[in-house]
Design a protein around this ligand. Structure first.
Ligand code: SF4
Length: 419
C-alpha cells in the first residue's frame, strides 16, 4: 500500500491538475491522505508566478521532508520550469522532478517508481476520504498554456502555447467528478476563453457538461475580458446550474499601463463589459486581479486603478505588488517601482476595494442564494454561494456537506453572511 498526499501552490489550473492526479491515483488503489506524517509520497504542483509563490513552493517541499524524513517528494509545475531541474533538486531535495511539459506522465511515473506492492508504506492513521481530496468543489482543467505575451507574465514561457483538451475528455471527466460526489465543478485553464476543440468553444463546453450531468453546478474561473462570449450570459440567465460569477482580470485601470502590459483592451471597454454583465445578471459576483507598482506606474496611473475599483465595485479584488520575473519584457523596463511604494499602493487598493466588497455582501441581505455546503464546524455549516460569497448556517450536520441549498441571507457578521 502506498499513501500519497497532494499539495498545490498557485492557481486554479494547478489545483485542477493535482486533483486530477489524485483522482487517477485513488482510482488505481493508492491511498490519498491529508498529512505529510501519514504519507509515503507527496506530490507538489509548484508555482512561480511571483517570487513569493516560488519561495512557497520550495518551503512546502522542505516542510514535507522536515515533518516526515521518510517521505518521497515529487515536484512538478511552473517553479520546476522556472528554476531548472538541477536547482530544484538542490534546493528541495526532491526525489523526482517533472517539468510542466511532462506533467501528464506524473501518474505513470509514480505507478512505475512506487508500485502499490512497494514496501514504502509507513502511514499511520491514514483516512479513507469520501471524496478524492475531501473536496465538494473541484477544478476541471480544459486547456493549458497561453499564446498571449502579457509583458509581466512568465506563464507562457513555463506552460507553452495554449492547447485545449478534447471535448470528449473534458465532458467525461466532468461526469466522473459528479459520480465522485463533487457538487461544483470549476472550469479551469490558463486562458479558458481561448478554448478551441474542432468547432467547440468554452460556451459549448459548459453546454455539454450541463447536458451530460444532472446535479453538479458549474463555475467559470478566470475569463479574458477581451474574449468574452455573450452567449454565456444568456446561458447564465436561464440556467441555475451556472454560477453567477465572473473573474475578469483587470490588472490596471490606466490605459498607458495596460498598453505597457500588452493587455488588449482599454479601461473604458472593460468597464462597459462589467456594466453589461451587471445589468443582465442580478447580484452577479465580479472578481478581479490588479497589479500595482508595474514599471513606470506613476501616481496618476495608480489613481486610475483606484477609480476603476470604485466604478466596477468588484465583489472581490486580489491585489498583487508587481514582481519581476526573469525573461519577461517588463522585468527589463528601467523604471522599476520601489518596494515601499508598491506596498503602500497595495494597502490603498485593499482599503478602497474592501468597502465595495462589504457593499456587495450587504446587497445580498434578504435575497435568496444557492449555497453548496463544504464543511461543518462547531455544528455550523460553511459554504459558498453561487455568487461567490462565504455563507454560514447555524445548525447543520456532516451529512449536509455536499448538498446545494437555496437559502435567504439574513445578516452580515464581520464579512460572513448568515442565513
Ligand atoms: S493572458 Fe496574459 S496574464 Fe494570462 S496567462 Fe496569458 S500571458 Fe499570462
Amino acid at each position: 500500500m502506498v499513501a500519497i498526499t497532494f499539495r498545490n501552490i498557485g492557481c486554479k489550473l494547478n489545483q485542477a491538475e493535482i486533483e486530477s492526479m489524485a483522482r487517477e491515483l485513488a482510482g488505481k488503489g493508492y491511498k490519498v491522505v491529508n498529512f505529510f506524517k501519514e504519507a509515503d509520497l507527496c506530490v507538489i504542483n509548484t508555482c512561480s508566478v511571483t517570487s513569493k509563490a516560488a519561495r512557497d513552493s520550495r518551503k512546502m517541499a522542505r516542510r514535507a521532508k522536515r515533518e516526515n524524513p521518510n517521505i518521497k517528494t515529487v515536484l512538478t509545475g511552473c517553479y520546476v520550469n522556472y528554476a531548472t531541474l538541477e536547482r530544484v533538486k538542490g534546493e528541495t531535495e526532491a526525489d523526482l522532478v517533472v517539468p510542466n511539459e511532462e506533467k501528464n506522465s506524473v501518474v505513470a511515473r509514480i505507478t512505475q517508481l512506487f508500485p502499490l506492492s512497494s514496501e514504502l508504506y509507513i502511514g499511520r492513521g491514514a483516512v479513507k476520504l469520501d471524496l478524492p481530496l475531501g473536496h465538494v468543489r473541484g477544478a476541471l482543467k480544459i486547456e493549458d498554456g497561453c499564446s498571449m505575451k502579457c509583458s509581466f507574465c512568465v506563464i507562457p514561457y513555463l506552460r507553452g502555447r495554449y492547447s485545449s483538451l478534447p471535448i470528449e475528455q473534458v465532458v467525461s471527466e466532468a461526469k466522473f467528478m459528479e459520480e465522485c460526489g463533487y457538487s461544483e465543478i470549476v472550469i479551469t485553464g490558463t486562458q479558458i476563453s481561448a478554448y478551441r476543440w474542432e468547432k467547440y468553444r468554452l460556451f459549448d463546453v459548459i453546454c455539454k457538461i450541463l447536458e451530460t450531468t444532472s446535479k453538479v453546478r458549474i463555475r467559470i474561473s478566470s475569463i479574458a475580458p477581451w474574449q468574452f462570449d455573450r452567449r454565456i450570459l444568456t446561458l447564465m440567465e436561464n440556467e441555475k446550474r451556472v454560477c453567477r460569477h465572473f473573474h475578469l482580470s483587470l490588472q490596471s485601470g490606466s490605459d498607458k499601463i495596460l498598453r505597457a502590459m500588452r493587455r488588449p483592451y482599454t479601461i473604458c471597454r472593460y468597464l462597459e463589459l462589467v456594466e453589461e454583465i451587471k445589468s443582465r445578471i442580478p447580484r452577479v459576483a465580479i472578481t478581479t486581479d490588479i497589479i500595482v507598482g508595474f514599471p513606470g506606474e506613476e501616481d496618476k496611473d495608480f489613481l486610475d486603478s483606484v477609480k476603476a475599483v470604485c466604478k466596477a465595485k468588484f465583489s472581490k479584488v486580489h491585489v498583487f505588488p508587481y514582481s519581476p520575473r526573469k525573461g519577461t519584457a517588463a522585468s527589463a523596463i528601467k523604471e522599476q517601482i520601489p518596494e515601499n511604494i508598491k506596498k503602500s499602493r497595495v494597502k490603498r487598493i485593499i482599503e478602497v476595494a474592501s468597502a465595495y466588497e462589504e457593499e456587495f455582501r450587504n446587497s445580498n441581505i434578504g435575497e435568496k442564494v444557492e449555497v453548496v455546503w463544504e464543511d461543518v464546524r462547531n455544528e455550523q455549516l460553511i459554504g459558498t454561494s453561487d455568487n461567490y460569497l462565504r455563507v454560514v448556517k447555524s445548525f447543520g450536520e456532516i451529512s449536509d456537506v455536499g448538498k446545494i441549498e437555496e437559502v435567504t441571507i439574513s445578516r452580515n457578521l464581520g464579512g460572513v453572511l448568515f442565513c
